[in-house]
Ligand binder design. Structure first.
Ligand code: LMR
Length: 329
């Protein structure tokens, strides 16, 4: 009958337009180290969904959360080798790659709000920093927020002296190393995936985190005290293997750019709320004492940590620091 004929015609037309071999999607492996239920984890999923929608299934983004594919240091190497195509490492993890300027974001008491931070990430300085990744075979696509870090340990933290002599886990940033030294603490660089166990077994005494990380990694279960110092920022650069990205068909790249724009908007919309929700959950758990420093106590931290800006000038570059100061006013 006519209908059968018509559908047969449609089918054969479809076969001509899209032969089976052309149907195999382009796979983007997106590896990250945090839980799925975090600002970064959720934004990665949104990117995957939007990428599938906008490319009509021609791209499949596989998200690997919680260091299941690679840990911190390995994931950078894997990206450069092309074993994964996309990552969103913390801005504090680009030093080992030889791009030290990103450590400007680690300077303590630099940003006092997300708005101030966005002036940098959405402006010329943000672009210039991402461009520094190109010679490393990496393209920077976007900045995603997490939030402001607070100190935790097994003893109360009210003043800088409370961290004296404590072994504190840090990300691989020289600025964070200097920050801990300025407090008289002993910094220990460690992959994110190992922090919970290190805290549990006493390999380190404490750490610093945005609350969403402290909560989703269950670190609050092995830290008796959390002090809401909010002394520094932690956020991400979404990066891709440049060769892979440049080799994509232009129409697909445009669609992926649009998916990334939407995921970025989403990430930066939810980050603050997700951290607030995590803080409520930590408080509700009753496992850690949450302390809010007084104005004077926070000022004491600020006084102890602001000299880190000057001390790290030669590492980060005076021009970069000055450009950031100018952006935030
Ligand atoms: C950390 O290592 O503490 C963070 O960079 C983890 C993350 O990706 O938020």
């Amino acid at each position: 009958c006519r209908r059968t004929l018509l559908s047969a015609a449609v089918l054969s037309l479809a076969a001509v337009a899209a032969p089976a071999w052309a149907q195999a999607p382009i796979v983007i492996k997106f590896s990250h180290v945090v839980a799925a239920d975090t600002p970064k984890g959720k934004a990665a999923e949104v990117f995957a969904k939007k990428a599938a929608e906008l490319t009509k299934g021609r791209v499949k983004v596989e998200v690997y959360a919680n260091s299941t594919l690679y840990k911190d240091k390995e994931e950078m190497e894997a990206l450069q080798l092309g074993a994964v195509q996309m990552l969103a490492p913390s801005l504090a993890k680009f030093g080992p790659l030889g791009v030290k300027e990103f450590e400007v974001f680690d300077l303590p008491f630099l940003f006092s709000s997300y708005d101030q931070l966005h002036k940098v990430t959405t402006g010329a300085v943000g672009k210039q920093l991402l461009a520094k990744l190109e010679p490393k075979g990496i393209r920077g696509l976007a900045y995603w927020d997490n939030g402001f870090k607070s100190f935790s340990a097994n003893t109360p933290i009210k003043l800088p002296t409370d961290l004296k002599g404590k072994k504190m886990r840090i990300q691989s940033s020289k600025v964070l190393e200097e920050q801990m030294r300025a407090l008289g603490a002993l910094p220990q660089v460690m992959a994110f995936s190992e922090v919970y166990q290190a805290l549990q077994t006493g390999v380190v005494d404490g750490t610093e985190n945005p609350i969403s990380n402290l909560y989703t990694q269950k670190m609050y279960e092995v830290q008796k005290h959390l002090s809401l110092t909010e002394h520094g920022y932690l956020g991400y650069a979404v990066i891709v293997n440049k060769k892979f990205w440049d080799g994509l068909p232009p129409d697909i790249r445009t669609q992926l750019d649009s998916a990334m724009e939407q995921a970025t908007r989403y990430a930066n919309q939810i980050a603050q709320v997700e951290n607030e929700k995590a803080l409520d959950a930590v408080k509700a758990s009753g496992k850690t004492t949450v302390y809010t420093p007084t104005k004077e106590e926070r000022l004491a931290f600020k006084k102890a940590l602001v000299p880190v800006h000057k001390a790290m000038e030669s590492r980060i570059g005076r021009d970069t620091i000055q450009a950031v100061y100018k952006d935030i006013g």
